[in-house]
Design a protein. Structure first.
Length: 202
């Protein structure tokens, strides 16, 4: 996390450092990202960065948490709407796609986080994935109890399908032209409704 010296910087300076770091961590996974490149962009000495963050790992966690904080503003309305399971899943992936379109740099930071193979942050990745899987399993269990999802659907298989398809719907369609993004939102719903047909109670 940032040191007090970073928190005491003018907001414009903090944002400049955050932007430079986010660009580096968006282009490179943690293990190949370079503090040297970040400070070169900023035009400051490498020692100055250590006055703000203890090491690269602390800077990285700060940037990733910032990215997830922005993403949370897109997802909170989805959770607060308290929609039925299948509608909530559609709304979740639509909101995620909108986040990726409006904040491509931060989306790429998150993507690189999940792709990292560095042992220094593997525990963060495992913990994050375990939490996401547990939350999804809880949602499936509640939907099964309510008779929305077939009771014999394995939660692990359902999570794998949604997680895999959802990532492709977001990451593989970043090239969609700005004038066509609403068409892709419709396509996201079409694909997820196909999955719904396989899971819903008969």
């Amino acid at each position: 996390m940032p040191k007090e010296t970073f928190r005491n910087l003018p907001q414009a300076k903090r944002e400049q450092i955050l932007d430079a770091a986010a660009r580096e961590f968006a282009r490179h996974p943690y293990e190949t990202a370079s503090l040297s490149r970040i400070v070169a962009v900023l035009g400051i000495a490498k020692g100055s960065m250590y006055q703000y963050f203890a090491n690269k790992q602390e800077l990285y966690r700060y940037v990733v948490e910032h990215a997830y904080g922005v993403k949370k503003t897109y997802l909170d309305p989805v959770w607060q709407a308290n929609l039925p399971f299948f509608d909530q899943v559609v709304a979740y992936y639509k909101a995620t796609y909108l986040f990726s379109r409006e904040h491509p740099l931060l989306h790429q930071v998150i993507h690189q986080f999940w792709e990292s193979r560095d042992t220094a942050i593997q525990e963060d990745i495992r913990s994050g994935l375990a939490q996401r899987e547990a939350d999804f399993h809880r949602m499936v269990s509640e939907a099964q109890t309510a008779g929305i999802i077939a009771g014999d659907i394995p939660k692990e298989a359902a999570f794998f399908v949604y997680h895999s398809v959802g990532r492709q719907l977001i990451d593989d369609f970043q090239h969609v032209r700005s004038q066509d993004w609403q068409d892709h939102l419709h396509f996201i719903e079409q694909v997820l409704r196909v999955l719904e047909m396989g899971l819903k109670a008969r």
